[in-house]
Design a protein around this ligand. Structure first.
Ligand code: MN
Length: 302
């Protein structure tokens, strides 16, 4: 398979500097070599997603911090993601904070729409990123990106790259959630997004969660996008994240989920976000992220 690496050094959506170095950390952890060894042809997206420097930028509305800078970066990312998918290359977007999903999902929507193809999103995250400016306690846009893709929130985000709704909320599955804001919970219920919380994973086991995701919830779609927020893992496994939440996925649970998604044969794009090397321990979090992506992209035990 052809895989196109797209670097997005974005940190405007989070409240911590450092996540802009995520793509560098993933490269140091050998993402290119690891995926190459699996037999993939790795392409480099050489055009840069323009992200201004935070200290030179104006925060703007405290309920939508750095909206202009994020919209600018996401617009250019949407174009690169669409072009990669149109060219038959698997877009692998390397963040950056999770606000970049606004761009990734807009690009995918613009790719799939003319093909009349149905597609779904598996969002693996400690959070749901389903806030609106009204419900968000922090005003950080990385907590609003999935809602925006589902058509909820500020028009500059929901309308980015075209139509207001990028993804049908019925075809969004969140896995690993354990830290949701009160207004966000209401948004999720009203939209009809399916959420597997950590408690669901405890009760059902990851094998059953993966089965329900692929068969019961996304059985009808021809393509699946995987958005992997590395803070879905327990902070003991992945300490280099801006918003760690205890009680997360084990190394093995996430690995098994990646293997099962791969075996389903319908994953056609992915993004990895929130790797923050300045909060990390010897690049451990980026290394774990690379191992997880390798499993998503065909690495098997036997
Ligand atoms: Mn997230």
């Amino acid at each position: 398979m052809k895989i196109r690496l797209i670097d997005v050094p974005m940190d405007f959506g989070a409240n911590r500097r450092g996540v802009d170095m995520g793509p560098t950390a993933l490269r140091r952890a050998g993402i290119k070599e690891t995926l190459g060894r699996l037999g993939h042809v790795i392409e480099e997206e050489r055009r840069t997603v323009r992200v201004p420097i935070a200290e030179h930028s104006d925060e703007g509305d405290p309920n939508l911090k750095f909206l202009d800078a994020i919209v600018e970066g996401c617009r250019s990312l949407a174009t690169l993601v669409k072009e990669s998918a149109d060219a038959g290359s698997f877009p692998l977007v390397m963040g950056g904070d999770h606000s970049i999903a606004v761009g990734t999902l807009a690009g995918l929507a613009n790719h799939f729409r003319p093909l009349h193809q149905t597609w779904g999103v598996v969002w693996i995250d400690a959070h749901a990123d389903f806030n609106t400016p009204e419900s968000s306690p922090s005003g950080n846009i990385h907590g609003m990106s999935l809602a925006a893709a589902a058509g909820l929130g500020h028009p500059a985000l929901t309308g980015l790259g075209g139509d207001d709704r990028k993804v049908d909320p019925d075809l969004i599955v969140i896995i690993g959630a354990r830290d949701l804001d009160p207004g966000e919970k209401k948004n999720l219920r009203a939209a009809g997004v399916h959420v597997f919380t950590m408690a669901d994973i405890d009760r059902l086991g990851m094998a059953e969660v993966a089965r329900q995701t692929l068969v019961d919830l996304l059985g009808s779609v021809s393509s699946i996008h995987v958005s992997l927020d590395i803070d879905s893992l327990d902070p003991e496994v992945a300490p280099g994240v801006g918003t760690p939440v205890p009680g997360g996925l084990t190394y093995r649970e996430l690995h098994f989920l990646m293997e099962t998604l791969c075996a389903g044969g319908r994953v056609t794009s992915a993004e990895i976000v929130e790797v923050n090397p300045i909060l990390d321990v010897r690049n451990q979090t980026a290394s774990v992220a690379v191992e997880m992506l390798a499993s998503l992209l065909g690495d098997t035990i036997l």
